[in-house]
Design a protein around this ligand. Structure first.
Ligand code: NG6
Ligand code: CA
Length: 520
């Protein structure tokens, strides 16, 4: 017996030694959906338009970044990069995932969850997933086990909206099963109408409680037509109005169950993605119609998470990171009043463009770190990005990162903690959805925009989604021209060439993380 116990003892001693200098606070990453730079009070939203007291309080007690980014201007690539630490443009198939898409991250690819688990963390993702489920070439088996899924790539527990709230099916997934699925009423999901008489947003448009403006005319659920088609699974279907409550309820349960070990919770809110259908108690709570009301609901969620941490006496040992998956959009496919009620609200703050674009508004988003007692409250102008959370948080936990993993994720932990003189990123590549042609390359206060075609999408968030003509190469001085309106390319050809060459070399090199980042 003794002989068998010894190695275990030795291993655990080694692990404790390795983790001796590690800091393993609980980590809660709250990722909003389609939240723009100017959408919350502490980033300039006016109280007459909407109030976000809880997010503002988080910023007041924590560190508010003015150059906080997500890595892409749509959801799937940002989430892929957050979990893997790799720029999404390096990998095919990381664009907006369809309803029946397989798991984009397959077992074996190192994720932030995998490595935090090595440091003894319990890990969970609660909320929007949108990174596919199931094997390549197969996709999700909605009536069976949805594997591989989050549990195979680093999360002990998951409670999910599998794709987006506007993509079928409107069901919860808990671990690897559709919750409350009645086997007698199997779920079918497809991209074609299952029968000619299947009711859709086209055939039954006059019955809808929220009309669509583009796309979103497939199967109707809860009076709203969606992207794609499905039948069955009636007992499993959710009400859009209840999603936020559900994420909070499940988070509270999970935090209480796991509070005795360090935990990592990825709280992936669906707010304010379309269809924006906040709970009845939030409807009308902003002057901006449902788009603003959904932000108020998101703000409530943030308040609830902080309440839970405080009630469990976990606040002083928990680092919260608040961020978004891409910039704002007004009309994203439903007639929900977002444009009509925008008034003087600037959802991208002082920036140009939004979701789908490589202008600042597409990826520069609210970014707040909070850790009472550890992070000195303030404002930071350092460049930080959601892609860096993988290397930063894993390094803090004392776990070494394999060279081939997290290839673009920098250790900017000191900047996230607001340490004196700490630097964020030197440069950042901003991508849109596809990531194979349009890139923003920010270096210091210079930015090069490279559009593959002379077209950019969603340049004016306050108007209907449209393409706008642009120059293929644009050079911007962000300090003098945060709105990206003056192209300095013609007068600075050498700088354009230099930045373009540097961007190209990062694209070609296949990685941008220095392997000594652990020693920073
Ligand atoms: C687009 C949808 C949009 C939204 C987006 C993904 C249409 C016309 N537009 O294709 O509504 O779902 O995909 O958003 O269908 S994201 O935030 O998840 O990336
Ligand atoms: Ca999004």
């Amino acid at each position: 017996m003794k002989f068998k116990l010894l190695p275990i003892f030795a291993i655990s001693t080694l692990i404790s030694l390795a983790l001796l200098h590690a800091d393993t606070p609980n980590i809660v990453v709250i990722m909003a959906d389609d939240l723009g730079y100017g959408d919350v009070g502490c980033y300039g939203a006016k109280p007459k338009n909407l109030k976000t007291p809880h997010i503002d309080q988080l910023a007041k007690e924590g560190l508010r970044f003015t150059s906080g980014y997500c890595s892409a201007s749509t959801c799937t690539p940002t989430r892929y990069s957050f979990l893997t630490g790799n720029y999404a443009f390096r990998r095919e198939g990381t664009g907006i995932a369809p309803p029946n898409g397989p798991s984009i991250i397959q077992p074996g690819e190192t994720t932030i969850g995998d490595l935090l688990k090595k440091a003894g963390y319990k890990t969970a993702v609660i909320g929007k997933w949108h990174l596919g489920l199931g094997a390549p070439g197969k996709g999700p088996d909605w009536n069976g086990q949805l594997k591989p899924g989050p549990r195979e790539i680093g999360f002990d527990y998951n409670f999910l909206l599998p794709t987006t709230n506007d993509r079928v099916p409107q069901v919860y997934v808990e671990n690897d099963r559709v919750l409350n699925l009645d086997p007698k009423d199997p779920l079918w999901v497809g991209h074609k109408k299952p029968t000619p008489e299947h009711p859709t947003g086209i055939s039954h448009r006059d019955t809808l409680k929220m009309d669509w403006s583009h796309g979103h005319n497939g199967t109707i659920h809860n009076g709203i037509s969606r992207i794609g088609f499905y039948t069955g699974g009636h007992a499993a279907r959710f009400r859009d109005e209840d999603l936020a409550d559900k994420w909070v309820e499940k988070s509270e349960e999970w935090i209480k169950e796991n509070k005795d070990s360090p935990f990592f919770l990825f709280f992936a809110s669906h707010d304010l993605h379309v269809p924006r259908i906040p709970h009845e108690r939030f409807q009308g709570k902003s002057a901006l119609s449902y788009r603003g009301d959904a932000i108020v609901q998101l703000d409530w969620c943030v308040g609830e998470l902080v309440r839970i941490l405080k009630e469990q006496n976990l606040d002083e040992n928990t680092m919260v990171i608040f961020c978004s998956d891409n910039g704002p959009v007004g009309d994203d496919g439903y007639k929900d009043g977002a444009l009509e009620y925008m008034g003087d609200h600037k959802s991208a703050g002082p920036y140009k463009g939004g979701k789908y674009s490589i202008f600042e508004g597409g990826t520069r988003t609210p970014f707040i770190t909070w850790w009472p007692g550890k992070i000195k409250p303030g404002v930071s102008d350092e460049i930080v990005c959601t892609i860096d959370l993988a290397t930063s948080l894993v390094s803090q936990a004392g776990v070494s990162i394999p060279e081939e993993a997290f290839v673009d994720s920098q250790n900017i932990m000191s900047a996230l903690l607001g340490k004196n003189g700490a630097k964020g990123r030197e440069h950042l590549i901003q991508q849109d959805n596809g990531g194979r042609g349009n890139f923003g390359f920010r270096k210091g206060n210079w930015k090069l925009l490279r559009h593959a075609k002379k077209m950019a999408r969603n340049v004016k968030v306050e108007e209907t989604l449209a393409n706008t003509n642009v120059e293929q190469l644009t050079l911007i001085n962000l300090e003098e021209d945060p709105r990206e309106s003056k192209n300095l390319a013609k007068s600075n050809p050498d700088l354009v060439e230099k930045l373009n060459a540097e961007l190209q070399s990062i694209l070609d090199a296949g990685r941008s993380r220095q392997t000594d980042s652990l020693s920073q």
